[in-house]
Unconditional design. Sequence first.
Length: 186
Amino acid sequence: MGESQNQVNGFIFNTNEDFSRAKEEQEVIDHFKTKVDLSDPNDTLKLYNRFIEKNTFQTPVGYLFLKELQESILKSGIIKPEEMQKINYISQNPSTKTVKKEVDSLALNKYKEMVQNLKIKLRNSRIINLFFLVIVIAMIIIAIYSDKTVFTNFENEVIDHYASWEEELKLKEKELEEREAKLNKE
């Protein structure tokens, strides 16, 4: 039989999506095989536990690697089989993929709606800020170019009023001094 295009590590994949995922997983496996000393059971156990906790693998390629790690750890004897985390197989049947796609589609629609609402709020916020900016600029222009007659007139009235009092007081003081001078002469 001829070589299949959608083949990774001895597995043939029917869909491009599964093939791409398996290919990515094989790249991850190759990376960790070069970076981690898999002959050290403690490092192997840490790596295995991290892969299990994060559900890193979802194709037979990844599950096969997890099984190899599991057997290597059990063979080393650093952990008992009942204490070891088990490999959690996540079904990849078409109905699961359909449900996952529907959930992803719903989530995508929800986020699109949220983005749309945020864009509307941002636009409204910009309009309001622009309106306030125009008002502030108008107030500054009015303050600069307006004649200040209201305050100036009021200030002048107060000054005139006190000036007239001062004149009246001076006149009364002068009259009192004249009377006093008359009284002193008499």
